[in-house]
Design a protein around this ligand. Sequence first.
Ligand code: SIN
Ligand code: FE2
Length: 214
Amino acid sequence: MTNREDRSEPAKGRPAPVAVGGATLHPGWLAAAEQAAMVADIRAIAAAAPLFTPLTARGKPMSVRMTSAGRFGWFSDRLGYRYISRHPSGSAWPAIPQSVLSVWTTLVGTGRAPDCCLVNFYSTGARMGLHQDRDEADFGWPVLSISLGDDALFRIGGTTRGGSTRSAWLHSGDVLLLGGEARLAYHGVDRIVAGSSMLLPQGGRINLTLRVVD
Ligand code: SIN
Ligand code: FE2
């Protein structure tokens, strides 16, 4: 596997980053072999910390299933959105894999490591409503999002609910950075396209988001 630790420039042939409503999209950041290795690492996380279905604050099950790695995991139920230091089963969250950490190191730097890698699994029909990521203590650090598997129609707006939004497709291997003015942008996923990627044999989409929490 490529060692990216000391790379300051994107590899030759890597498409240039593009702005998506204030966020920065790195299309095709991960090569196919890197995506496959990352999926194997995510499977190990899900084996130790099984996917669960979070509830909205109104008690409605979300369509996305989740788990986490790192010091904190994101959790939601009738008591609200928050980070918790153990999986709902009581086990510690697994460590964030090196394959994932190295994407952060390359694009964000070594100043601080992420505390949480939230793993979202979208099966066909799953979506995520517009929301802000605001359960973290310091919005000075970006949220880094990695897409694996089926294509997703991503939507991003501004920092107030109800403003105009724009849409972009997120493909397997894409990395999106929500930083600066986009750190608190409303964002969500309208739908995924079944069968658009061969990465996951059963189909679906994995989204990883790396966050500095405390
Ligand atoms: C999220 O906002 O937590 C997930 C975004 C995505 O699935 O691309
Ligand atoms: Fe989010």
